[in-house]
Design a protein around this ligand. Structure first.
Ligand code: A3P
Length: 299
């Protein structure tokens, strides 16, 4: 089973020059024609930017801080990952597109697509979107370890090799630099709340209040504190409905690297050599020269 699985799913292809799992490309027409509903909330991120974290925060807000309700199902069942499809023999539970279609409104959906590949109905329906961005170096480190532990992903190669692929944008869901910049520009014309992983880490209360305001919700201070606690790294790491330990073992091997790995800002310093850092920074300055978007690499 795991052999068939990893052989079929780690294959890649492209849509509009963006590297995606082949199985996603094969169903691209269906994904592109996805029917968003006006009351859909879309959570968009580059992979490993803090998707699961913001998903838990949003779910807690939507359920007024009721932790039991938020444990009704795993993250991937609560918020369908719209472009995600797993091949047979996996159940329809792992088909994000179908899960989304079957889900009653109001729905909260997840995507890692770059802004130009988001199904047009999300713009037509003027859906609210929450985007979370994470500094390139920590995002890259997290993505590297995720490739090691997740059999859906292509082999990352060595750290050095993966670093080169990331800088070249030759990784799944495309170039990080274009992704964060594309969404940053899109927020000028659409209902997008653009958040940063580093801000969430620094002051979760302040950032959760931004989400509350965006979702037009008002919660008592006590509930807000409960949300902060329930969505902290330590608590989410132990929550089987949020830590991805319910994934079939053939998919994720948490003994190689747990999904809830470190949850910090600045872990890149434990990975980059001095030479890699110099090279990365130089390239970064060029790629991020013409944007007002800035990141904090440490707190
Ligand atoms: P690390 O690998 O750096 O630990 P995503 O959900 O987009 O796949 O992102 C996963 C990353 O977010 C992992 O980063 C994970 O540990 C981190 N993360 C998940 N929940 C978190 C939380 N509550 N607080 C801080 N980081 C969290």
């Amino acid at each position: 089973l795991s052999l068939t699985f990893s052989m079929t799913h780690s294959e890649t292809d492209e849509v509009g020059g963006i590297l995606l799992p082949k199985i996603v490309c094969d169903r691209w027409d269906q994904i592109w024609n996805f029917k968003a509903r006006p009351d859909d909330l879309l959570i968009a991120t580059y992979a490993k930017a803090g998707t699961t974290w913001i998903q838990e925060i949003v779910d807690m807000i939507q359920h007024d801080g009721d932790t039991e309700k938020c444990k009704r199902a795993t993250t991937y069942l609560r918020h369908p990952f719209i472009e995600w499809v797993l091949p047979a023999p996996f159940s329809s539970d792992t088909n994000g597109l179908e899960l989304a279609e079957l889900m009653p409104s109001p729905r909260t959906l997840k995507t890692h697509l770059p802004v130009q590949l988001v199904p047009p109905s999300f713009w037509e329906q003027k859906c609210k979107i929450i985007y979370v961005a994470r500094n390139a170096k920590d995002n890259l480190v997290s993505y590297y370890h995720f490739h090691r532990m997740n059999k859906n992903m292509p082999e990352p190669g060595t750290w050095e090799e993966f670093l080169e692929k990331f800088m070249a944008g030759q990784v799944l869901w495309g170039c990080w630099y274009d992704h964060v910049k594309g969404w940053w520009e899109a927020k000028e014309n659409h209902r997008i709340l653009y958040l940063f992983y580093e801000d969430l880490k620094e002051d979760p209360k302040r950032e959760i209040q931004k989400v509350l305001q965006f979702l037009e919700k008002d919660l008592e201070n006590e509930i807000l504190d409960k949300i902060i606690y329930h969505t902290s790294f330590e608590i989410m790491k132990d929550n089987p409905m949020a830590n991805y330990t319910f994934q079939p073992p053939a998919v994720m091997d948490h003994s190689i690297s747990p999904f809830m790995r470190k949850g910090t800002v600045g872990d890149w310093k434990n990975h980059f050599t001095i030479a890699q850092n110099v090279k990365f920074d130089e390239d970064y300055r060029k790629k991020m020269a013409r944007t007002s978007l800035t990141f904090r690499m440490e707190l």
